[in-house]
Write a protein that binds this ligand. Sequence first.
Ligand SMILES: [Zn+2]
Length: 273
Amino acid sequence: MPHMIENELAEQLLTQRLDPGTIQMGTRAIYQRLLEESAYLDGGNFRRLHANDLRRMFDLYDDLFFAGACRKMLGEMPLTFRISPRMTLAAGKTMRHEHFTPQGLPFYCEYEIVVSSPLLMQTFCGEEREATVSGLVCRDRLEALQRVMEHEMVHLLEMLLWHNSNCGAARFQGIAERFFLHTHHTHALITSRERAWREFGIRAGDWVSFTHRGARFTGRVNRITRRATVLVRDPEGVRYSDGNHYRKFYVPLTLLQRTEPPAERTKPAAEGV
Ligand SMILES: [Zn+2]
C-alpha cells in the first residue's frame, strides 16, 4: 500500500469522529448480516461460534468503517482468526508473528486475532448483572463479540500503521472512542473466577474435596481458570514455597465440594536426632 494512503488513514484515525447514529446503524447492520449469513450462529446468544464468523465480522467492519483499509494495508500478509477455549481473562488478542530469514532479516509478518470462547459462553446465562465490553452494555453474545472485534481492529490498525499498539494509551482510546464509542478498554464479562464464586461458592484459598479415580482427596483451591487447580498435601508431591509437598489436580468446578479445613495432623517425630 502506498505511503500516501497510509498517511491518509492515519490522519483519518487520529482526527475523524463518526456520528453516533451512524456507528449504531453500522454495527446493527453487521449484527443482522452475520446472523443471516452464518452457518454456525444460531442467534444473538449463539451456542457455537466458528473462526469463519470472526473473519466475516472483520471484513464487514473493514468495509463499512474503514473502506477496506485493513485488508489493503495487510496486502499479502496473512491474517488468521482463532477461537480460544483457554483464554479465561482476556476476551480478545491481536498478535503479530514476525518471521526472519536464516540471516536474521525480516522475512514476513503475519497477524492473528484470537477471541475467548469461555468468556462469551459463560456470560449471558441469565445472570443478573449487566455485561459490558469496552464500557458499552451488551445485550447478548453477538453484541459482546462485536465490541471485542472493534477493540481488536483498533489494535491491528495501530500495529499496521505505527508498529506498536497499546490499549492503555491515549491514541488507542481516542480512536476506539471516535470510531466505536468505546469508553473503556476492558471488559466486564463473567470470568471463570466470578462464575466459580457465583455458581459454586468457591474461591481461591477455599478447602475443597473431590473424588479422583475412586479415591477421595481434600485440598485447597490455588487458582481458577476453566478448571480449578487444587493442591493436595502429599509427601510424594512437589515442594512449594511454604515448605510443604503438594500434588496438583485440575478439577472441573462441578466436581468440587467445599469442605472444612482438615484437622492438623500430628507431626511425625524428627528422625535421626
Ligand atoms: Zn487491548
